[in-house]
Design a protein around this ligand. Structure first.
Ligand SMILES: [Zn+2]
Length: 446
């Protein structure tokens, strides 16, 4: 089995139980797994990768994205709108997408994540116009080489039924459940080290029925897959829940089977203390999306309170139409800054932000085989060159990853396979992909 020795890093940030950081550290990879971590490891015959001047971290984990939206970044009508107005601007554009748009936009989004240190990402695809399928994004992830947790989203309540999306973008609920079964059976891998795991993810309580929420939860448990949706994103969202369902989002989720260790919710900006307690007790995870929350003016998620209560929190860049960037290490920085805005400079350290971005996300996605650099864990690693301009003068190379930079990795490994080499994508021809994406965006813009 081929071996790779990553040698002599300024620091290896293990995220193990003791949160050890090893100065002058080595990591030995065998196949897709971490074989050893320490100093002066001996591995005759192994390929050697020098990491002097670098920090090695576990690969970052992205727990919420809508990859297709990389094709609708900075759309003029959506630049300054609140959530519901923003959606109404973009729905008609997304209605023009097909399989090629889904594939190319996913490749761009995945490559952007990889270059910013991400090795494992989920995706939330909830519209399937013109023959698009979840399979289009899975094919993209296979080529780019990231570990991928696509979720089969859905919208079933269109404008004519009092919902937000246009009728052309919603599906019949029976057809949704049928396709959920199809994609789980075709692609979900429950085994340790899996590169693809599928989840079920009705878009949000305001775009599907109560019945579909409940049926999706039953189906997910039957199939042993995870559940994901948007929850308690902003004040409009809470008002909608109170008016339509007569309860807060946490209650709605609990009533329909949407709490538990196999569930994670995006945003949760407006969770109150009872809902935080509910999430902690039930093991329900949160995908915190700080840049998107800023971009859409949704507010500051109570991450400090969630973490103190024991809620599992990971990071999400959210869709590229509401960020509009997809740089995950910058998202970690933003999560730290945002807690400090409301709670003070000691509200979150750089190291805690890095922990949320790695181990935190892996726990949210139920990946106990990822998120730390320990023997037996999957070989998902990010190597950051801290000898350049961004961190020049830094006294603490680990903290500088969040406080200063760099914001792009030098090298990235997923399951031991090199995805980024010397700052460039090693798996796909990125300039060609960007060219295709630009042409598609022009066509959509007319
Ligand atoms: Zn989202």
């Amino acid at each position: 089995m081929p071996e790779l020795l990553i040698r002599n890093a300024d620091a290896v940030v293990t995220m193990n139980g003791a949160r050890e950081e090893i100065a002058g550290g080595d990591v030995l990879i065998r196949g897709g797994v971490i074989a050893a971590v320490g100093r002066a490891l001996q591995a005759p015959g192994a390929e050697v990768l020098e990491a002097k001047g670098c920090v090695v971290t576990p690969g970052l984990v992205n727990t919420h994205h809508h990859l297709y939206q990389t094709l609708t970044r900075a759309v003029p009508g959506g630049q300054d709108a609140l959530l519901f107005g923003w959606l109404k601007t973009l729905y008609p554009i997304w209605a023009g997408f097909g399989p090629e748009e889904m594939f190319v936009s996913a490749q761009v989004g995945l490559a952007e994540l990889a270059l910013s240190g991400c090795t494992l990402t989920s995706d939330h695809l909830y519209l399937f116009p013109n023959g698009s399928r979840l399979d289009d994004t899975i094919a993209a992830a296979h080529e780019v080489g990231l570990r991928f947790h696509p979720t089969r989203g859905a919208m079933s309540i269109g404008v004519s039924d009092g919902g937000l999306p246009p009728d052309s973008l919603v599906e019949r609920e029976a057809a949704i459940l049928e396709d959920c079964i199809r994609v789980v059976d075709a692609h979900h891998d429950a085994a340790e080290g899996a590169l693809v795991r599928v989840g079920l993810a009705p878009c949000s309580p305001f775009s599907v029925s109560r019945d579909l929420m409940r049926d999706a939860a039953l189906l997910a448990r039957d199939k042993g897959v995870m559940l994901h949706t948007h929850l308690a994103e902003n004040d409009e969202d809470i008002a909608y829940s109170l008016a339509k369902f007569g309860c807060r989002p946490g209650q709605y989720a609990e009533d329909l089977g949407w709490t538990g260790a196999d569930v994670w919710h995006a945003h949760c900006v407006k969770l109150d203390s009872r809902e935080i307690d509910l999430f902690a007790r039930s093991g329900t995870g949160v995908a915190h999306c700080p840049c998107s929350n800023c971009r859409l003016g949704s507010g500051v998620a109570p991450v400090r309170a969630m973490r103190d209560a024991g809620v599992k929190v990971g990071l999400g860049v959210d869709g590229s139409a509401s960020n509009d960037a997809g740089n995950l290490v910058l998202e970690a920085r933003q999560s730290m800054l945002l807690q400090r805005v409301t709670l003070g400079a000691d509200a979150m350290s750089a190291r805690e932000a890095l922990e949320i971005a790695t181990l935190g996300g892996a726990r949210v996605l139920g990946r106990h085989d990822c998120g730390s650099i320990e023997p037996g864990k999957r070989a998902d690693l990010a190597i950051w060159d801290v000898s350049g301009i961004e961190a020049a003068g830094s006294w603490d190379p680990v903290a500088s990853l969040i406080l200063c930079g760099p914001t792009r990795v030098r090298d990235l490994f997923v399951e031991g396979r090199q995805v980024v080499r010397a700052g460039q994508m090693a798996t796909i021809d990125l300039p060609t992909v960007i060219e295709r994406q630009t042409a598609l965006a022009r066509r959509l813009a007319g």
